[in-house]
Design a protein around this ligand. Structure first.
Ligand SMILES: [Mg+2]
Ligand SMILES: [Zn+2]
Length: 179
């Protein structure tokens, strides 16, 4: 193994509940709308204890769409970092028309963080609640875990769990067995 193991974490629907708008799962648009999921802090603590870096990668196109300011997004992420201990966070604030390298399902954010932190991608995981998170993780060469939600396909990942707490347990159990 060369490099450190990381858990790449999607934000909305993983670390915090989604906000439903027009029948679709969407992002909080203010710090008041953002609350950490109840199981997030203990799940992250267990993963950190096992030696994983915790790296958040989130699509936030509402900035590009002028539905939320960069300052508001920064304030939400200040709150996230107050409530949850993560090592790094990158937000793609672009939309499809920008054709950027970072908007999931493209793997740009994972590759940037892997370079920054010396991550062994093949020994790392992408955890998300949307099919694009899984496609992104696969494109980066990571293992993938999809949280079961009514708005995703329910398939395609290496592991599927109902919650982040179960995700942490599923990732950590085989490590304990081989330790
Ligand atoms: Mg999400
Ligand atoms: Zn981008």
């Amino acid at each position: 193994m060369s490099g450190r193991r990381a858990i790449f974490l999607d934000r909305d629907g993983v670390l915090n509940a989604v906000v439903w708008r027009d029948g679709k799962p969407a992002s909080p648009r203010s710090p008041l709308e953002w609350e950490a999921a109840i199981d997030a802090a203990p799940a992250l603590a267990a993963l950190r204890e096992a030696g994983f870096l915790l790296l958040v990668v989130t699509n936030q196109p509402d900035v590009r769409r002028s539905l939320m300011s960069q300052a508001t997004l920064d304030a939400i992420h200040d709150k996230l970092r107050e409530q949850l201990s993560v090592d790094d966070l990158i937000a793609c604030v672009h939309d499809d028309r920008d054709a950027c390298a970072c908007r999931k399902p493209r793997p740009g954010m994972l590759l940037t963080l892997a370079e920054r932190w010396g991550v062994d991608l093949a020994e790392s995981w992408m955890v998300g609640d949307q099919d694009r998170d899984i496609a992104c993780g696969r494109a980066a060469g990571c293992r993938t875990l999809l949280l079961t939600r009514p708005y995703n396909s329910g398939a395609g990942a290496d592991l599927h769990t109902d919650s982040l707490a179960e995700a942490a347990a599923a990732i950590l159990t085989p490590l304990r067995q081989t330790a």
